[in-house]
Design a protein around this ligand. Structure first.
Ligand SMILES: Nc1ncnc2c1ncn2[C@@H]1O[C@H](COP(=O)(O)OP(=O)(O)OP(=O)(O)O)[C@@H](O)[C@H]1O
Length: 221
């Protein structure tokens, strides 16, 4: 079953002489449960693609369909709610709230949406991510790898249709990067969680189920 589809996506920045086609006709289908890596050099269009897939930006033309919803047909308010309920974001900067402990950070997306906290599920996620002894710690008391695990747990908390990860290991050393990727993979398999990750690191990309390469705004394989 296809959970995420990009159809002929184009994104043009600027106009006239300064026009840049950051994406130039991208077609992509992601199956439910798949762990996809998108690789490409700096400036190839990776972040632009991820932002469009996650409804953080709108395409110049083309469309994105996630879980049966065509994102560009949603109003701003509908899109905000859709993102909050259906998409887990993981960024290079962990974006944790410094004053909240690990447990509070993880359940924050549920609280913000007035959703019940499925404690058993959250505890299972915390165990898989190896954070069981860190629930009361503040982000500042954790290593980079641990902070990224918390941000993955937070993304998982809402049981999203898709997790979109933008250079999730960009701030981590290579050993910690491998650990975090291993954990993403186990989590993806255990929960049949669809993941789309962008990276410029070929070694990290190898851990995904499938790799697509983007060059000059086009998918080349
Ligand atoms: N807001 C913007 N305004 C103008 N041009 C932009 C904007 N955002 C991106 N671009 C251009 O679009 C192209 C693709 O950028 P994008 O950030 O998607 O690449 P990337 O592959 O994610 O790069 P990196 O790995 O360095 O983050 C680049 O030529 C970039 O300069």
């Amino acid at each position: 079953m296809v959970i995420l589809q990009a159809k002929n996506l184009r994104k043009v920045y600027g106009s006239g002489e300064s026009e840049v086609a950051a994406l130039d006709g991208v077609n992509l289908s992601v199956e439910k449960g798949e762990f996809l890596a998108i690789v490409g050099t700096s400036g190839s269009g990776k972040s632009t693609l991820l932002n469009l897939l996650g409804g953080l930006d709108v395409p110049t033309s083309g469309s994105v369909v996630m879980d049966g919803k065509q994102l560009e047909l949603l109003s701003d308010d509908e899109l905000t709610i859709f993102r909050r309920r259906k998409i887990g974001f993981v960024f290079q900067q962990f974006n944790l709230i410094p004053m909240l402990n690990v447990w509070e950070n993880i359940i924050l997306p549920l609280k913000l949406d007035n959703k019940r906290v499925d404690k058993k599920y959250i505890r299972d996620i915390i165990d898989i991510l190896g954070l069981e002894k860190k629930c009361d710690s503040l982000p500042g008391q954790l290593s980079g790898g641990q902070q990224q695990r918390v941000s993955i747990a937070r993304a998982m908390a809402i049981k999203p249709s898709v997790i979109l990860a933008d250079e999730p290991t960009g701030n981590l050393d290579s050993r910690t990067s491998q650990d975090v990727l291993g954990i993403l993979k186990v989590t993806s398999e255990q929960y049949r969680q669809t993941m789309v990750m962008i990276t410029h690191n070929a070694e990290i990309a190898q851990m995904a189920d499938r790799i697509v390469r983007i060059e000059d705004g086009k998918i080349v394989m």
